[in-house]
Structure formats: C-alpha cells, structure tokens
Write a protein that binds this ligand. Structure first.
Ligand SMILES: C[S@@+](CC[C@H](N)C(=O)[O-])C[C@H]1O[C@@H](n2cnc3c(N)ncnc32)[C@H](O)[C@@H]1O
Length: 211
C-alpha cells in the first residue's frame, strides 16, 4: 500500500511530545509513565491516528498508545494533536512484531483496525492474527486477553475468526456489517473506515476475549 510521504517526518517524530522515543525503557512501567493506574489499550497499525485520538478524547480514564511502523503516518498523527493537551494519548513508531520489547504484562485491549490483509500464503505470518502474533500478545496482556478487530477484508476476517477460536478466544460480539448492525454497536471510525463507510462497504467486526 502507498502512503503520503511527510517530508520532515523525522523532525516531527523527534520533536513531538506525543511520540515516545526509546519506548523500551518504559517496559513494565507504563502506568508510572502516565502517572495513573488506568488501563492501557493499544492499537496496532494506527495509520494517521484518527481512531485512537478520538478514543482518547472520549475515554479520559484509559491510556491509549498507538503503534505504527510507518514514519510518515506516525508524524501525521502527531501533527494532528500538536498543541493540544491529551495526557492519555501517546504514539510509538515501531514494528508491532517487537511489542514484547516495549510492553510487559500491562495491556488491557489490543485494537486491530484495518490491518494489512497479507492475502498471499507466503505472507501469512505477517497477519496480526497469525498464531505467532496471538502468542506474542499473550506476553503483554495484563490479565484477560482482549482483542477488538475491524476490517473490510472478508478473507482476513474469516482467517482471524479461525485463528482466534483455535486459540480459545470466545466472541463477545461479531458483526458482518458494523455500520448497519441493529444492535447499534458503539463505534469510532478510523481513517480507512470513513472512506469505506462512504463507499457503503460492509465492515466486519469481532470483539474477542479469553478470560
Ligand atoms: C491499512 S492501514 C490502516 C490504518 C488505520 N488503522 C486505519 O484504519 O485508518 C494499516 C497500517 O498498519 C501499519 N502497519 C503494517 N504493518 C505494521 C507493523 N508490523 N507494525 C506496525 N504497523 C504496521 C501500516 O503502516 C499502515 O499504516
């Protein structure tokens, strides 16, 4: 997938107080970092950050950390909140494959939002719901395991339902059309989701737990 390149991304990442540098040093100490005992929820592949920014604004008693590999995307998220004071929100520019270097057992919810589907079999291990990733998440969940996934990709969704249930997750809620679900599932849209919503594409959703 192609992304807009932000020219001075490096500078923005280094100067933004929202972007955490050397995040490893906070491992097992994220609650100290935030200065409270509130839960820590993370989003993998936050892109330009719309979802996690709005989650943080809506839920001031939860700490949110957005993880994003791409520098330009992370820089755009940082620019969006520059000059504002959102004390329960931070971003880390890193590969999600290294999550256990940055977090101990201290995460409550992992949000997987419109993750790359990696449709080719050869790329299966890169999918965020591959068994290797599920095992990685075990190392950072504080107590219960809790994953909330949204995608427009049927293949990734079907795959994820299978890997999650094979790993003994149970489903609190599943929707094959989140925006038209009669249960009115509360939802904050991501940047990609807004586009798909306008195109009237169905969004698949699962709220999965292992308690
Ligand atoms: C399709 S975009 C979705 C962005 C955002 N969640 C949304 O819904 O608007 C997927 C994002 O995942 C990021 N990503 C892909 N692989 C990653 C990895 N291993 N670690 C962290 N981020 C990753 C990409 O850079 C990209 O920004």
């Amino acid at each position: 997938m192609e992304y807009n390149k932000v020219k001075n991304a490096d500078y923005i990442l280094n100067s933004s107080s929202y972007v955490i540098k050397n995040a490893e040093k906070h491992k097992n100490k994220w609650n100290d970092y935030f200065g409270n005992k509130n839960p820590i929820d993370i989003e993998l592949g936050m892109g330009r950050g719309d979802f996690i920014i709005n989650m943080a604004l809506e839920n001031p008693n939860v700490n949110y950390i957005g993880i994003e590999l791409n520098e330009s995307q992370t820089a755009t998220a940082a620019q969006r909140v520059e000059g504002r004071k959102i004390s329960n929100l931070r971003f880390i520019q890193m590969d999600a494959a290294n999550l256990d270097k940055v977090f101990g057992k201290e995460v409550r919810i992992i949000y997987l939002t419109f993750s790359e589907p990696w449709p080719k079999k050869i790329d299966e291990k890169k999918r965020f719901t591959h068994i290797n990733y599920l095992k990685l998440y075990d190392r950072i969940f504080k107590k219960d395991k809790h994953i909330i996934l949204k995608t427009d990709n049927k293949g990734l969704f079907a795959y994820s339902l299978e890997t999650l249930s094979n790993y003994w997750y149970t489903f609190r809620k599943v929707s094959l059309d989140l925006h038209n679900d009669e249960r009115n599932i509360h939802n904050i849209m991501t940047d990609f989701e807004k586009k798909y919503y306008e195109e009237k594409r169905p969004i698949y959703y699962v709220d999965a737990v292992f308690e």
